[in-house]
Design a protein around this ligand. Sequence first.
Ligand SMILES: [Zn+2]
Length: 490
Amino acid sequence: MGRKTLPPLILLLILSLIPGLMAGPRVEPVWASSEAEWSRQPADPPQDTFHVVGRGETLFSIAQRYGSTVDALAHANGLHDPTRIYVGQRLRVPGARAEMVPEITTSYVVQPTDSLAGIAKRHATSWEHLVSLNSLISPRALYAGQVIQVPTVDGVGGHRGGLHIIGDGELLFQVALRYDVAPWVLMDVNGRVNPALSYSGQPILIPGGGTGGLPVPFNAVDLRPLPADQGESLVFAVRTEEPVTLTGQLFERTIRFTKEHGVYYGLAGVHVFTEPGLYEAVLTATDAQGRVTEITVDVVVEADPFGYERIKTSPSLLDPALVAAERERLNALRPRFTEERMWLGPFEPPCGGTISSYFGTRRAYNEGPYTSYHGGVDLRGATGTPIYAPAAGKVVLADELVVRGNALVLDHGWGVLTGYWHLSTVEVDVGQRVEQGDLVARIGNTGLSTGSHLHWEMWIGGVNVNPMQWLDPFYPWPEGEGGADEGDMS
Ligand SMILES: [Zn+2]
């Protein structure tokens, strides 16, 4: 930070000390007296640090980070209610000692599901700080088993910033009891929240017991694969202490969860055009008593090296209204969610052909910009080549379309759907249940197609993702039969 010239307020202060220059009643700035150093070293006033509030931060976590207190921060920023700070707010941190105290660090072994932001949060620091502390090339240069240095967090400090929303008729001391935290600690952490005035819906920060501790009722959260690539599928697996209603939010989309063998599974698709960077998934658990607990999970999205294609087109002879109607019809299918998981393990390729065009290839038409992408993979194959169901599912569309030609869509459950375009024939009917390996269609050249091939695509929660990821066992699904907890129907 560069040295600045005297701020106008200091000049004002100096001027005001010269009698006669200032007319009228003298207003003493209240903060002047507390800055005693000024009189001793007028040429070198202490530089205040400014902190921009990030998501999930509280005055407590900020104070802890700078070796300050909630009271000092509230006072320095004129905050009447220390629980009311907002993301992006600029806070003055008086006399931050961050640079003066040599940092005490501890070794930390990176776990398979760790992200730098997650580790940073658990150690009350920022991921940028960890990058500089460990001279990492990038926040994504992190691998399981790697040993990095993290700031030592003492005593109560291992908090994760778990948030508890007070339920109907719930009292603060009950919250304290639930998280095994002394009521006065809760009051202190939350800026002297008045236990008599706490209200339903009020967010209360819970200081966690140890590093990585999740707030009740969360027991464990697993997210794979991390980091995520653009155009990939993500799987959340969440364990809780008691049955809850679980929902998630990521990339401004809702993640739906299904419980199987005591684990809540939720799938999310990372859109091809998602900017690489750090995102937060918000998981919200509501227990039987209506108590709501929210946690955030860090999701690092990496750029995938997609290819580029420029496509020459002649003016379309297709009726735009028909093209739009076709898109609407498919969009109506996209959000479909079936509670039953019909696939049992990795998918199988629908046909034997090699790939002629990869998923996610950026596409530009004629001289235009690269604003489109290839929403599936193209597999080579002669007309009539059989296409087999890559996994069990249910036929939800089998029809002749204008652009996509003869088309088939299978619903595999849990928001996973696959589409097959340009077919010569469709061998199944809507509503029919198919098993992995069943003949479902044949390769063709129907619709807007320039040669016989299968265009195979996959939707997760309505987002186009790379189906090839599903040919590998990228997530350990529960052993045995698929389906919900209700048990076998045989
Ligand atoms: Zn294609």
